[in-house]
Write a protein that binds this ligand. Structure first.
Ligand code: THU
Ligand code: ZN
Length: 134
């Protein structure tokens, strides 16, 4: 199995999901090949819950990595999981439009998108600059 898919599946065990019982794992590979993983960590105040992709991005950035070359997301089963809108925006802070986002569909099947396909016309630093220059 692809190493990055395996890493995303491995971290499913660490998910804290007493409310949804829906585990999500993410594995993010940096430009130098380091892999950071994340799982969802829910909270009794539902909106405080952390998403797997957010946790992976936070781990990577905390360790000094800001260039990414591939993301895998999995729920461990075939259900069409993809990063939610919020996570797409979070990824776009650091990753280019051409970041491959691989959604694990189980049994060796994947759906692959680019971040730009999942989130076109993202709000970026440039957007704010333009607003400030009006
Ligand atoms: N979830 C993620 O971890 N990543 C996403 O982008 C989609 C949703 C989690 C949040 C919540 O713990 C569970 O999946 C159900 O929405
Ligand atoms: Zn999300």
């Amino acid at each position: 199995m692809d190493q990055l898919i395996e890493a995303a599946r491995d971290v499913l065990d660490d998910a804290h999901v007493p409310y949804s019982e829906y585990r999500v794992g993410a594995a993010l590979r940096t430009a130098d090949g380091t892999v950071y993983t994340g799982c969802n960590i829910e909270n009794a105040n539902y909106s405080n819950s952390l998403h797997a992709e957010e946790v992976a991005v936070a781990e990577a950035v905390k360790n000094g990595h800001r260039e990414f070359d591939r993301l895998v997301v999995t729920s461990g089963v075939r259900d069409g999981v993809t990063p939610c809108g919020m996570c797409r925006q979070t990824l776009s802070e650091f990753a280019a439009d051409d970041l491959p986002v691989v959604c694990d569909e189980g049994d060796g099947e994947t759906s692959e998108y680019t971040l730009g396909e999942l989130l076109p016309n993202t709000i970026s630093e440039g957007t704010l600059d333009d607003a400030n220059n009006v």
